[in-house]
Design a protein around this ligand. Structure first.
Ligand SMILES: Cc1cc2nc3c(=O)[nH]c(=O)nc-3n(C[C@H](O)[C@H](O)[C@H](O)COP(=O)(O)OP(=O)(O)OC[C@H]3O[C@@H](n4cnc5c(N)ncnc54)[C@H](O)[C@@H]3O)c2cc1C
Length: 346
């Protein structure tokens, strides 16, 4: 396949969660032809309700949130595609992407926003968001003065159990028959906090008519009531593309990126849950915004520097504006539609 057979864009964003969609919003509105390729699913799509996002009410689900965002970026002129990026090759500072098994895209810059998957413990488990929760910063507020469990046998489970004492005085740590692997120091801390550690495996579960968890049954016959809790079994980072491109990874599997999302490979950016930091939508969006602006500063043709003016001459009137014809038309149509709508409202 030759380069001319491929669809070209300035920017490809791999992953269409809050981080990737925000990066795409910025690159598009700043004048760069952008394609988002998204397999679907992901952590934001798992949200039953949205917390901690100012301006978004709690009743908005992850699916609704993402649908609105997908429509927004397309309205601004980005291309949104359902697909799986299995391979990215770099040659001459450009990137060749394989989507759904086809050699497909040729781009100048790549944003990796592929996130991670939470490792899920064995059933019985309540539904996600109705007693099974993966986001402490999002959901701890829901459990103030409620009975809460934390599931797991490592340091992170023990820590989260102790952290939950900031919100409630009823916290159980459920190891489910696994041998604890937390450190001696953690063990000392744990014993100094009012937490019940239950080692027996869960054998049954009861849910209320609203679907929420009510209690777990244990193999020794005990039944303990819980409103909800947090499984702590680690994260599987979707870092294969980053690793294949040669991006540096941290020991935990996150991709090393600077404050603008730049990885150790020129032209490759990483944002959102794929990089280290608080796994939150506002953080993912902030990282996407920063990466989008950094890419704009990297790709924008003007102002032409003194060196470029010496090499290529002054900017001709017919070389401006720098934005592509298709984005130019979309931006004008968008503005006209907005103006027509506000005239109709008056
Ligand atoms: C149950 C749950 C509830 C949560 N609730 C909240 C909340 O209320 N408030 C809050 O602030 N945060 C919440 N979070 C955290 C929040 O969802 C994440 O921090 C956020 O979604 C991270 O955004 P992201 O774009 O980095 O990743 P994701 O949202 O996970 O999106 C990554 C996307 O990349 C796609 N992808 C991966 N690999 C490929 C590939 N090779 N090709 C194409 N596409 C690919 C995935 O399919 C996915 O669509 C919650 C998390 C969970 C699990």
């Amino acid at each position: 396949m030759t380069d001319s057979d491929r669809t070209t864009y300035d920017v490809a964003v791999v992953g269409g969660g809050p981080a990737g969609l925000t990066a795409a919003l910025y690159t598009t509105r700043l004048g760069h032809d952008t394609v988002i390729v998204n397999r679907g699913g992901g952590r934001a799509a798992m949200m039953q309700d949205t917390h901690n996002v100012i301006g978004i009410t709690e009743d908005v689900s992850g699916g609704e949130f993402l649908q609105t965002a997908q429509q927004q970026v397309q309205d601004y002129g980005a291309t949104y595609r359902r697909g799986f990026v299995s391979d990215i090759d770099r040659a001459d500072s450009r990137f060749y992407l394989t989507v759904d098994g086809e050699d497909d895209l040729l781009v100048e810059r790549v944003v990796l926003a592929t996130g991670f998957s939470d490792a899920r413990p064995d059933p019985p488990l309540p539904p996600t968001g109705r007693g099974l929760h993966y986001c402490l910063h999002c959901d701890a507020y829901m459990f103030v003065d409620e009975s809460v469990y934390v599931m797991g046998h490592g340091d992170s489970a023990a820590y989260v159990a102790m952290i939950m004492l900031n919100f409630t005085d009823e916290v159980d740590l459920l190891t489910r028959g696994d041998e604890p692997t937390w450190s001696d120091e953690t063990d000392r801390m744990l014993r100094a906090h009012p937490i019940d550690v239950i080692h027996e495996e869960i054998t049954g579960m009861n849910r209320g008519p609203d679907g929420w968890l009510e209690s777990f049954e244990f193999e020794d016959g005990r039944v303990r009531e819980y409103r909800g809790g947090f499984p702590m079994y680690g994260s599987e980072y979707n870092n294969a593309l980053a690793a294949d491109l040669g991006c540096d990874l941290n020991d935990d599997g996150t991709v090393v990126a600077d404050d603008h999302g730049r990885t150790s490979v020129d032209g490759v950016y990483a944002v959102g849950d794929l990089v280290q930091g608080h796994n939150q939508i506002p953080v993912a969006m902030g990282q996407g915004a920063k990466a989008g602006i950094a890419i704009h500063m990297d790709l924008r043709p003007f102002p032409r520097s003194v060196e470029e003016i010496e090499a290529r001459g002054p900017v001709d009137a017919d070389e401006v504006p720098g934005i592509s014809q298709s984005l130019r038309e979309t931006a004008r149509a968008f503005r006209e539609a907005e103006a027509a709508e506000s005239a109709a409202d008056d």
